[in-house]
Design a protein around this ligand. Sequence first.
Ligand code: HEM
Length: 395
Amino acid sequence: MTTEAIHYDPYDFALSADPYATYARLRDEAPLYFSEEHDFYALSRYGDVEAGLRDAVTYSSSRGNIIEFIKAGFEMPSGVVIYEDPPTHTLHRAVLSRVFTPKKMAALEDRIRQYCAACLDPVVGSGGFDLIDEVAAAVPMRTIGMLLGIPEDDQRAIRDRPEADMHTTDGQPLKVSADFASGAAFADYVDWRMEHPSDDLMTLLIAAEIDDGRGGTRRLERSEILTYVNVLAGAGNETTRHLIGWAGKVLADHPEQRRELASDPSLIPNAIEELLRFEPPAPFAARYVTRDVVLHGATVPEGSVMLFVIGAANRDDRRYDDGDDFDIHRAVGAHLTFGFGIHYCLGAALARLQGRIVLEELLERFPDWTVDVRGAQLAPSSTIRGWATLPMVLP
Ligand code: HEM
C-alpha cells in the first residue's frame, strides 16, 4: 500500500479531466490505495473491483455509494434501492424491475428515435451545434419522462434538481443534505396521477402490490413512490447524457473508426459497449466496510470507506489487451460501467438503447465532425464524469 508515492484526489478537477495515467499507477503501484487527506481506501484493478462489488456483505451500500454520503452517516430513506442492502434491497428492487422489462424498453424505441430526429434535423446544414444542449441533455430527460409519464413542461425542472445537487467545487468534497431523495419535485404529479391513471411507470408504481414482509401484500406509500421516481430520474439522466457526450468526443478523436461506423451501422452496438468501457460516466462506486478485511497484505478496518474505481478497472491490462486503446472491434465482453452484483444498473438496457439510437441518427446525418476543444467543458462533478458543453464542428 502506498500513501505517498502517488497522490490521488478524486476532488481535483485537473486530475478528473485526464485521470488515466494516475489510474494506471494506482493499479500497478498501489492496488490498495489509502488517502490520508480524505480518509478513504481505493481499489482499482478489475478483479478487485468486481470481487468487491460482488460482496455486498463486506461492502455495504446502506450509507450511500459516494464518499460524502457514507461519511455523513445519514439515515437513508426507504426505497432508495441504490442505497440499500438485502433484504430490503431485494424487495424494493423487485418493484422497479417490473418496469424495466425488455418488452417495455423496446416499446420506447420508435418514440426515442422520433424525438432524436426532431433534435437533429434542425441542425442539418448548419456549421455545427452543441451536442449536449441539442441532444445529450434532451434525449435521456425525454426518455425517462416517457417512461414515468411526466408531462413535457415539467421535465426540465425535474432533470435540473438532482444535477444541481451533485455539482461540486474544484478540490472540495460534495456538500450533502439528508433530504436528497425526498422526491418533492414530483409530489403534485404523483397526486394527479393517482386520480388519472395511465399506462406509465408512475401508474404502475401506484398500483403495485408488494410483499409486506408478513406473508401478505400491500400498496406502496406515497412517500415511497416519490422516492422511487426520484431515484430513477437521478440515476438515469446525467449518466446517459454523458454516454452520448463521450460518444461525440471519443469518435471525434478516432475519425477512422467513426467513418467505419457510419458506413456499417451494424458495428454500433459493440461501439457503444466499447465507449461505455472506455469512458464510464459513473467512474466510482463507494461502500461502507462492515468488517475488517485484508487486501494486498494490509488490513482495511471495519468502518472505513472503500472507493471502487470503475474507471480504472475498465482499462486494466490484466483484463483487456491494451486497455487504454479505444477499439470498436474489441470483443468487449463484461465491463464494470453499470456496476456488478446485486446493484447492477437497472437502466442498463435503456441506456444502451438510447446510446445506439442517438449514434445511429447522428452518423446517418453527420459522418464527419470535429470538436472545438476550446469551447468544450467538463461538468463540475466529482461523482460522475462527462461534458457540460461539447461544440461539434461540421465540415
Ligand atoms: C450510461 C448510463 C448509466 C450508467 C453509466 C449507470 C451506472 C450505474 C451504476 C454504476 C450503478 C451501480 C451503483 C452501485 O453499485 O453503487 C447503477 C445502478 C442503478 N441505475 Fe444506472 N446507470 C446508467 C443509466 C441508468 C438509467 C437510464 C436508469 C433508469 C432510468 C438507471 C437506474 C439505475 C438504478 C435504479 C440503479 C440502482 C440499482 C440497485 O441498486 O439495485 N441507470 N447505475
